[in-house]
Design a protein around this ligand. Structure first.
Ligand code: ATP
Ligand code: MG
Length: 413
């Protein structure tokens, strides 16, 4: 008799999600299709970690079942006919339905050829034993555990194990995934898996930039990405992405520090800028093109290094606020924030921080319109006066409306 987890499932899933899983199982059974909950959610149920990203696999036709399910609900349905998958969006959670499939890898790193298959086929194509368990949702077997690769034992022994020796060759993104789960869960790579991982690191060269970048983005979304990067460094994986990337103590310290300051920009972009901080501009360009970073991230990374090369201008403790403003106003907040965290000069860091928290918000009280009202004729002169006024304001030389007016009157002569 397979282990039955119906009571754990009832406790783990929030009531509306549970109700839906049951309805889906029933609808499936009426269509003669077995339905299973698979992947991360089964793993996380055992671990007692929240995860309501439901992945369902149907032995049959996922799209047909998804259409049945939407008939009597307000769910929004998105269908990918080519992949035989459907996504149902409910208020507050979503459900991914896939037709069970088998995969054949024609060559390393290529996307596999896919055809409909059984649950067993669908499980063997997965990355690790702990992600290859399924729970049946069909009413007469509700909660039955299907664990063909002893994922439950590996969870108990806290191990990340691939399903067959060619797994990393078929898809080297699994190398990064293995390390990500290992560090997220505080597990260990199973000994043979670690050996094969070390053997196959060079297989990264078969993976497209987009796919590697996607995995890096997932790493940077973890609670402690530095652990993953440190381990990737130790296993020789980072070197494979770029010869000079390091997941060392410096990086860990900076990542931790990043989480302690109140940053107003995306955390993962700052992490990324810290990751490339010790590359040369040329090395950075290579990394950007290898991973095919989109414009925004590439700009943040480039500006970070550009500003780093200018930081010597900010190490003088006597700098006026207007000088700091002048040096920094053309940079993105991300580049400035990354440098504030990474700079070796405490004075430069203070200046960068001052810019981020105060100087960038400084505005003159008077506007161009006010200047015109004061009798200054439209033209470039207005811009010059406003810019001088802004400088004076940054340096605390004018504070009130009256002082600004006085400043303008003296300046015009
Ligand atoms: P997470 O908590 O990180 O989202 P997850 O297990 O839900 O974990 P997903 O990336 O959402 O991970 O993928 C869902 C499932 O698809 C995984 O559990 C795994 O079984 C399978 N999977 C994902 N990527 C791969 C891959 N590269 N090779 C094989 N199987 C994969
Ligand atoms: Mg997931």
């Amino acid at each position: 008799m397979p282990e039955n987890l119906s009571s754990q499932l009832e406790e783990y899933l929030p009531p509306p999600v549970l109700a839906l899983a049951k309805i889906a199982g029933k609808e499936g059974s009426e269509l003669g299709q077995e339905l299973y909950l698979v992947g991360g959610v089964v793993r996380d149920l055992f671990l007692g970690r929240a995860n309501f990203d439901l992945d369902l696999v149907v032995e049959g036709d996922a799209i047909k079942l998804a259409q049945e399910l939407t008939k009597n609900s307000r769910a929004k349905l998105t269908v990918h006919t080519r992949f035989g998958t459907a996504k149902l969006n409910y208020p507050g959670f979503s459900l991914d339905l896939a037709t069970a499939r088998s995969e054949i890898y024609s060559k390393p790193g290529a996307l596999p050829t896919v055809k409909p298959g059984s649950l067993k086929d669908d499980l063997i194509r997965r990355d690790f034993s702990i992600n290859a368990m399924a729970l049946c949702l069909t009413p007469n077997r509700f909660g039955a555990l299907i664990d063909l690769y002893h994922g439950k034992d590996d969870l108990d022994n806290r191990l990340i194990r691939i399903l067959h020796p060619n797994s990393f060759i078929d898809d080297a993104t699994r190398i990064l995934r293995a390390i990500r789960y290992e560090q997220r869960l505080g597990f260990k790579l199973e000994a043979e898996t670690e050996k094969l991982l070390r053997r196959d690191v060079a297989m990264f060269d078969t993976i497209s930039g987009d796919r590697i970048r996607h995995e890096l983005e997932l790493i940077l979304k973890e609670d402690k990405p530095e652990l993953v990067l440190w381990r990737a460094g130790e296993l020789g994986v980072l070197r494979q992405l770029h010869p000079l990337l390091k997941g060392n103590g410096w990086l860990s310290q900076k990542f931790e520090q990043t989480r302690q300051v109140d940053i107003r920009v995306s955390l993962s972009t700052i992490y990324l800028c810290l990751l490339i901080y010790n590359l040369t501009e040329k090395g950075n360009e290579k990394f950007i093109s290898r991973l095919n970073f989109p414009k925004n991230s590439a700009q943040a990374m480039r500006q970070t290094l550009h500003l780093k090369a200018q930081l010597h201008k900010l190490t003088n403790p006597q700098l006026k606020h207007s000088d700091i403003y002048q040096s920094l106003h053309s940079y993105t907040t991300t580049a400035i924030q990354a440098n504030a965290l990474a700079s070796e000069s405490p004075i430069a860091s203070q200046h960068l921080q001052l810019y981020l928290t105060k100087l960038r918000y400084v505005k003159t009280l008077l506007s161009g319109e006010d200047l015109k009202r004061m009798g200054i004729s439209a033209g470039p002169r207005i811009g010059e006066i406003l810019s001088a006024l802004h400088k004076a304001r940054l340096n605390g030389e004018v504070r009130t409306w009256k002082e600004e007016e006085k400043f303008v009157r003296t300046w015009r002569h």
